[in-house]
Design a protein around this ligand. Structure first.
Ligand SMILES: [Zn+2]
Length: 288
């Protein structure tokens, strides 16, 4: 079985000094490909280098939560990088871009307007260059969709991509699917109480689902420790999530869909390659 982790932040400080181990454990678990989205132009070189060093893929963009760390040159930096690296086969998408209406620090009208401008301009660059997008959507699906629809209405279609860690309504999910996007499911789906996410994973069209860890974030339930556990056992910190967890996370999806693990791997890998077409040429031959 071959798995694709469509969203992993290997450049995060949590993985410093252990990237060889992380990638090795992922490969041993059958996770033969990872997509590394950048979060801010300062990290562009790091994700590109990691992708080349370890035979992986990367995406370039500025994440809404990095709005404050990004200079007002962030959009120009993306435009320049997309031109400079257009021929790099490991560059597979524009991302991670999007809107976050959940984090309190970014909820002021000014911060929302700044996020929306940053997202819309990066989306426009992706559309102009024919790049798929990797989208961050948190309590923001309607505004996010407004910009996707606006581009879609201009004639030439969107190049697709992935709305990662999606947790909106079924109607919003289907609106994204209708625009040609896949939805990313990961550790959140493994919690019994995540009713909405599990319902989506169960009911969306099979062609719309891709898997991701979002490592080191969004730990699956077996790595998570409650506040009470942490208080009673100071050594019980929440474990670091990593791409090697993907097959175990996929067990949840297999159970929800009534698929075998083999079928789950085959379907979600095919969907990942459909969402990010450049991945196909990067996969080990036996995985396609
Ligand atoms: Zn992310």
């Amino acid at each position: 079985m071959r798995w694709v982790d469509t969203h992993c932040h290997l450049d995060a400080p949590e993985f410093a000094g252990d990237v060889d181990g992380v990638v090795g454990r992922a490969r041993a678990a059958g996770v033969c490909m990872q997509v590394l989205p950048a979060v801010v132009p300062d990290h562009f070189a790091a994700v590109q280098q990691l992708a080349h060093q370890h035979g992986l893929a990367y995406a370039l963009g500025t994440h809404p939560l990095w709005l404050r760390q990004a200079s007002d040159q962030a959009v120009q930096a993306l435009a320049d990088a997309l031109v400079a690296h257009a021929a790099d086969p490991r560059l597979v998408a524009v991302g991670e871009i999007g809107l976050d209406h959940f984090v309190p620090a970014l909820q002021s009208p000014e911060a929302r307007a700044a996020q929306e401008t940053l997202y819309a301009e990066q989306l426009r660059l992706a559309h102009a260059g024919g790049w798929p997008v990797i989208l961050h959507v948190r309590r923001s699906a309607d505004t996010l969709l407004k910009h996707l629809r606006r581009l879609h209405a201009q004639g030439r279609g969107l190049a697709g991509g992935i709305a990662h860690a999606f947790n909106g309504s079924e109607q919003q999910a289907m609106a994204l699917v209708d625009l040609g996007l896949k939805l990313g499911f990961g550790g959140a789906m493994t919690f019994d109480r995540a009713l909405q996410i599990r319902r989506l994973a169960q009911s969306l069209p099979a062609e719309a689902l891709v898997l991701e860890t979002d490592a080191p974030d969004i730990p699956p339930h077996w790595l998570y420790r409650t506040a009470e556990q942490r208080a009673n056992h100071p050594e019980a910190t929440t474990g670091r999530n990593e791409p090697a967890e993907l097959p175990r996370i996929a067990h949840t999806l297999a159970g929800l869909r009534g698929w075998s693990l083999e079928e789950t791997a085959a379907r979600t890998t095919a969907n990942a390659l459909a969402a990010l077409p450049r991945l196909a040429a990067l996969m080990p031959a036996s995985a396609v």
